[in-house]
Write a protein that binds this ligand. Structure first.
Ligand code: CTP
Length: 393
């Protein structure tokens, strides 16, 4: 999607999580969005006007009287492609649910004709209070997208549900809303594995790989946005959990195998993005191996191939998708290796990731071929082509 010239109103209400929204604003501006920040008066107690003006490149106002000749309470909302409010406090949602218009942000919420997304953040008790829940239900019934808050550390030492999702997750939700979210995975169960497994040699050493988990986390986030119930089996990933996704952390190939096999029973789609170790030490020691030991090689054994095990235990019409990291060599291209692997693994779709000299690891971009097994009807191929390219212009 071309993000240039898209206009976003970033509403900020008065919660401590406003400090994270400065980072979100940065993601918007770096993504080519034109952002008009509309903080409430209370928000300015947490993060000041100068920060919002400097980061957005626009003057800001909280009331309807500033630049009244421009009729800001109508114009700001009307001109936006998206109104995104983070954090949305209990007070802001109560005012929005009741149609109050007592500051610029609530006026914008009433005049906007574009999608509105609210990202609530507050203490658990306030989120769970039936007044707040009723307001959330009212707003959702009117088509406002109210994201679920994360669970985790709150303002002080306490933790629970009510945390504002990380800026990247908020940005992803905003972009997905602007793209128009197809709800084509509603009611589907999806299992995604991500990251790279670690096989311990001794208490301080392991055999690992460079997978960051970014691609798998993006696959899980996109499935959740399209309406799926998603379980993400994460092997040694330090990224924040995408909104609405259940996360299960694992370390080794064996743990990943056990969790994937358990959660995939009855799932509609299983996507193996994780870089799973092919070998593990035959024995691990509880004691650190000393340099003085005779330097004989550490004996290795094969791990279980999870993708092949999934194919063997497939339930119903489950769709099984693999990811292959390939470099190609002098005789065989990346694509040819991919075709051979698809046949050997027996999965339905293989995403072949070219990890040649420019490398995909730890990078935000990937160069891939998506290999699909069945010979598809030409009309379906035409639809798939447009699904792939439609968002590019
Ligand atoms: N995979 C798996 N279990 C393993 C190894 C790999 O499920 N023990 C899955 C990966 O998650 C990925 C696919 O198999 O979806 C291909 O992984 P890749 O590392 O490219 O292939 P390998 O089977 O390891 O083959 P090779 O390393 O020999 O190319």
């Amino acid at each position: 999607m071309s993000t240039t010239q898209r206009s976003v109103v970033l509403g900020v209400s008065g919660g401590i999580a406003a400090y994270k929204v400065a980072q979100l604003l940065r993601l918007f501006t770096e993504g080519g969005f034109d952002v008009r920040v509309v903080p409430t008066h209370a928000a300015l107690e947490f993060v000041g006007k100068a920060t919002w003006e400097a980061l957005s490149g626009h003057p800001i106002a909280s009331d309807v009287w500033t630049d009244a000749h421009d009729v800001p309470h109508v114009m700001v909302g009307r001109e936006a492609d998206l109104v995104f409010v983070a954090p949305a406090t209990a007070d802001l949602m109560a005012r929005a649910a009741h149609g109050l218009a007592n500051d610029l942000l609530t006026n914008v919420l009433l005049t906007a004709t574009c999608p509105i997304v609210l990202a609530p953040a507050m203490h658990t008790e306030m989120w769970e209070n039936s007044a707040t829940q009723a307001n959330v239900a009212t707003l959702r019934s009117r088509g406002v997208i109210v994201l679920d808050p994360d669970e985790g550390r709150l303002t002080g030492a306490d933790s629970g549900k009510g945390r504002l999702p990380e800026p990247q997750a908020l940005f992803d939700a905003a972009v997905a809303t602007l793209q128009g979210n197809p709800a084509d995975l509603a009611g589907k169960r999806v299992v995604v594995s991500a990251g790279g497994t670690r096989e311990h040699v001794d208490p301080v050493r392991f055999l690992g790989n460079r997978s960051s988990g970014r691609q798998g986390f993006a696959v899980a986030a996109a499935a959740a946005r399209r309406g799926a119930e998603v379980t993400l089996i994460a092997a040694n990933v330090s990224l924040p959990t995408p909104a609405g996704v259940k996360r299960v952390d694992v370390v080794s190939a064996q743990e990943l195998h056990d969790e994937v096999m358990q959660y995939s029973v009855g799932a509609d789609f299983v996507v193996m993005v994780a870089a799973v170790a092919d070998f593990r030490p035959v024995a691990t020691t509880d004691v650190k191996i000393k340099k003085s030991r005779t330097p004989d090689p550490i004996a290795l054994e094969l791990t279980t191939d999870v993708l092949s095990a999934l194919v063997e235990h497939r339930t119903g019409g489950q769709v099984i998708i693999g990811f292959a990291a390939e470099t190609g060599d002098a005789d065989t291209s990346v694509l040819e290796f991919g075709k051979q692997k698809l046949a050997a693994k027996g999965c339905d779709v293989l995403v072949v990731n070219d990890v040649g000299p420019d490398g995909a690891f730890e990078s935000a971009t990937n160069e891939v071929y998506i290999l699909d097994v069945p010979r598809a009807d030409k009309a379906l191929i035409a639809e798939a082509l447009w699904d792939t390219v439609a968002g590019r212009s």
